[in-house]
Design a protein around this ligand. Structure first.
Ligand code: NAP
Length: 540
């Protein structure tokens, strides 16, 4: 079997097969001879993980503030995180380009309203170069383990390239980097080609092949229109139909790009307009889910306009409140499904055989290749198991009841650890870059405090974290995400630990200043935390 799945033994008994990244972490943890164990210890002040929008943005802002003693740990050999890894045909952003970029580095040259993956990655590369981040990056370097050492109050990091210590550890590895492969009986027996959408096999030519696509999420609906004209037969296995609204992507005219270059303020205005339009949608997602009905009507009209066949239309009609799962944007997904070489299967998959996929109605669908557009491990990623805090417990253990953090950024028991796109910072309606920049400002505030007061470490107080999360979960009640669908926004306990339940400017307001009173402040001279009162009411 030509494949990228984990070994057969690993798949058996596992609810989901894991990708090689997670496997390497697991192997490294149990491997005493792992590389770097005897290597000399490098000491840095700040270690950042990842070069996606989060890690790179953090590095740039550090550099701008005059911090130079930092490294960026990058497991690959190029910049970009999810925008480097996802190279499937048609991969693009569904947040408008002018908004999906750093506020301090607007790009007047975006070619389209919604940028393709290659442009976004090129933009990130360009930013890394322009702001002098490249010399700070340790390429091909994977973080295998991070342990807080309370005696020297530093993080001990084991990487695939050796060991290092850091005063601050900032995780910018992102929530969408661990591919989730379906645990379908017999999948390991498939003799054709099988791969995940985020690990596209560019060496495998789909032309003339019988191809199965499993999943109808954001990745699937982008790639299907691009592969459908090439394949001989496309069989789409849909478990839940997504809500799809018109995308209305278009090239950005040359005169507009020239205007943005000459008068940058015009692009700031364009960005602000898009921001407020998107922000308006939070009203429906969070505060008035019934407002979604208007958007549902728009989506139904879109479906009716693009799919004439009533039987196919019926299959593609969602039965849950719009927004409960990510709302998808596409003008070419439905038309692709109406083509004669496409079949949409809504029966559940029962098993995979060497040359086919069998559904619960007993039908056998012969295929040459299977593309798993089945999403990512989000609330159950492996890395937290290898981040150990003050009392030796891993973040994975602490998060057994579901991921949680203070303002999505700090976790009690893990001094000087900061998460970018941590729990409850995700969005269903606006640009993640806005949230990332809010968190970066917050972390920079912490650094300023450490420097000003000569402190070694900060640690969020458990009660502050609990109060904050109680408020977040209270706000989550009545949102569209709790309206009853299954989604990757929910953790194993059915709790939404991924999304921010509110306007993004509320998050920005909550993170604009580092609120030292919620933290234990640990001085350089002593391990003892000075007693600091925490106000009973920790408001968002
Ligand atoms: P996803 O949204 O999680 O979709 C996974 C799909 O696979 C769903 O349709 C799911 O069905 C299906 N699936 C999973 N396991 C299955 C199984 N065992 N059998 C049958 N179907 C199965 O994943 P994604 O499309 O990769 O997108 C993930 C996230 O990445 C998005 O939500 C978005 O945040 C981000 N993304 C963004 C963009 C962008 O334009 N900015 C583009 C791509 C991805 P169910 O719905 O029934 O679970």
């Amino acid at each position: 079997m030509e494949r990228i799945l984990a070994s057969d033994e690993e798949q058996q008994g596992d609810s989901d097969a894991r990708t090689d990244v997670a496997d390497r972490l697991t192997q490294a943890a149990g491997d005493d001879t792992r590389p770097g164990e005897d290597a000399p210890m490098q000491q840095v002040r700040i270690a950042i993980l990842g070069t996606g929008f989060s890690g790179l943005g953090m590095a740039i802002r550090l550099k701008q503030r005059g911090y130079d003693d930092f490294v960026v740990i990058e497991r690959a050999t190029d910049i970009g995180g999810t925008w480097r890894d996802n190279t499937y045909p048609g991969c693009a952003c569904d947040i408008p380009s002018h908004l999906y970029s750093f506020s301090f580095a607007l790009n007047p040259n975006w070619s389209r309203a919604y940028s393709p993956q290659s442009e976004i990655q090129a933009y990130l590369r360009e930013c890394a170069e322009r702001y002098g981040i490249l010399p700070h990056i340790r390429w091909n370097c994977e973080l295998l383990n991070a342990t807080w050492n309370d005696s020297n109050q530093r993080w001990q990091l084991t990487t695939s390239q050796g060991r290092m210590t850091a005063t601050l550890l900032i995780l910018g590895n992102g929530p969408l980097n661990e591919a989730s492969l379906p645990a379908i009986p017999g999948i390991e027996s498939f003799v054709g080609t099988i791969f995940h959408s985020s690990q596209w096999r560019h060496d495998y030519d789909l032309t003339g092949k019988r191809v199965a696509v499993i999943g109808t999420g954001a990745s699937s609906i982008q790639l299907i229109p691009h592969i459908q004209p090439r394949v001989s037969q496309l069989t789409l296995f849909q478990r839940t139909p997504p809500w799809v609204v018109p995308r209305r992507d278009h090239p950005i005219p040359g005169w507009q790009r020239a205007l943005f270059r000459r008068l940058p303020i015009t692009q700031h205005i364009a960005r602000a307009i898009i921001y407020f339009q998107r922000e308006f949608m939070a009203l429906a997602f969070v505060y008035r889910p019934q407002m979604m009905r208007a958007a549902e009507r728009l989506a139904r009209r879109h479906l009716e306009a693009q799919v004439a066949d009533p039987a196919l239309r019926e299959k593609l009609t969602p039965r849950y409140v719009m927004g409960c799962k990510r709302v998808l944007l596409s003008d070419d997904f439905y038309p692709a499904l109406t083509q004669p070489n496409v079949e949409v299967i809504t029966e559940r998959i029962r098993e995979v055989r060497p040359h086919s996929i069998v559904t619960t109605d007993g039908n056998e669908h012969e295929v040459d290749a299977i593309i798993c557009a089945t999403g990512f491990h989000v609330t159950d990623t492996k890395l937290p198991e290898f981040i150990c805090g003050r009392d030796g417990r891993s973040l994975g253990e602490v998060w057994q009841a579901g991921p949680s953090a203070y303002k999505g950024t700090a976790v009690a028991g893990f001094p000087n650890l900061f998460l970018l796109i941590g729990p409850n910072t995700g969005l269903g309606h606006n640009s993640m870059v806005y949230m990332i920049e809010s968190q970066i400002t917050y972390i920079l505030g912490c650094l300023r405090l450490l420097d000003r007061r000569g402190l070694q470490a900060v640690e969020i107080r458990p009660e502050a974290q609990e109060t904050f999360n109680a408020q977040v979960q209270q706000r989550m009640q009545g949102t569209v995400w709790t309206s009853g669908c299954a989604s990757w926004y929910l953790d194993a306990h059915g709790r939404n630990s991924t999304l921010w339940p509110g306007f993004t400017w509320l998050f920005r307001r909550a993170t604009r200043r580092f609120d030292a009173a919620r933290y234990q402040l640990i001085s350089r001279q002593s391990n003892e935390a000075p007693a600091m009162a925490v106000p009973a009411n920790t408001s968002l």
